[in-house]
Design a protein around this ligand. Structure first.
Ligand SMILES: C[S@@+](CC[C@H](N)C(=O)[O-])C[C@H]1O[C@@H](n2cnc3c(N)ncnc32)[C@H](O)[C@@H]1O
Length: 264
């Protein structure tokens, strides 16, 4: 797999996300873009927090189904509230392989992790065989037992030039029954105006491209998985814990579809 250089002059999705979540692994270029984007779309930082809270709820559900090892595709930096922290809280023996295309995640990840029960793989999640056969993935995960595939906040950056249904089917085929998938994808079904201005900001300043999907498209990606209740729903509506706290005043504006599925 190619290992691109870390480019400190252009903003990175991983570091912008880290900034929105209050992390310390970001640079001025990331913060400037993140602040400008949040001015155009004030709900952005809140969206990131809603994703984080969904990740925790969905991982707890998956652990309750007996799955304690995770392949976190598009993991971002291992910030507080990320998959490793959530997994360890749920089960001290949980295992997590973090996969991210951004070399900055590999660089930070190595210094932050380094434990026997976790690994960082720098790679493209759209190359399932390379990810699944990577020696670090094989070292940490036991493929004879169910695995939790996490795709939280990553498909938003994968375009339709990629055969995404085929990619997900490949992951599904290579894990044992009882494995789970946790997936999110933001959508613009709630309104386009703010989104289009934000997209333009990113286009003018970065190489980052957004790919919103409809509920129907998200459902199609999950073919072959049995969906846990309540199916494909808005991020704040998937088994909310504190209904009043989680519910958006403008539910349509939080605009991300999520689902959890099980390989039968
Ligand atoms: C918004 S962050 C999500 C972080 C994390 N999943 C979470 O929920 O906290 C998206 C991450 O996906 C990564 N990414 C984007 N495209 C990718 C790809 N094709 N393969 C692997 N990682 C990718 C980005 O580098 C970024 O770190």
């Amino acid at each position: 797999m190619e290992r691109p250089e870390i480019d400190l002059r252009s903003a990175s999705v991983a570091r912008i996300f880290d900034y929105y979540l209050g992390g310390a692994h970001n640079f001025a270029v990331d913060r400037e873009l993140a602040d400008a984007a949040a001015k155009l779309m004030p709900e952005l930082p809140r969206m990131m927090h809603l994703h984080r809270r969904f990740l925790a709820r969905a991982m707890r559900y998956v652990v309750e189904q007996g799955v304690t090892q995770f392949l976190d595709l598009g993991s971002g930096l291992p910030t507080p509230g990320g998959s490793l922290e959530v997994a360890r809280r749920l089960d001290p023996f949980a295992r997590v392989v973090h996969v991210d295309i951004d070399p900055v995640v590999g660089a930070h990840g190595k210094s932050l992790l380094g434990a026997a029960d976790s690994a960082v793989v720098v790679g493209d999640m759209c190359e399932p065989d390379a990810i699944l056969d990577h020696p670090e993935t094989r070292r940490v995960l036991d493929f004879d037992r169910p695995i939790g595939l996490l795709l939280v906040g990553v498909l938003d950056f994968v375009g339709n030039d990629v055969d995404l249904p085929g990619v997900l089917a490949r992951y599904r085929d290579r894990v044992v029954p009882g494995s789970h998938i946790v997936l999110t994808n933001f959508s613009v079904e709630g309104g386009l105006e703010d989104y289009q201005r934000t997209e333009q900001l990113y286009r003018d300043n970065t190489t980052i491209d957004f790919h919103p999907r409809s509920a129907a498209e998200v459902t199609e990606l999950l073919a072959g998985f049995e969906l846990a209740e309540p199916g494909v729903v808005d991020v704040s509506l998937w088994r909310p814990e504190a209904v009043l706290e989680d519910l958006d005043e403008h539910p349509k504006r939080s605009a991300a579809y999520v689902a959890v599925g099980r390989k039968p």
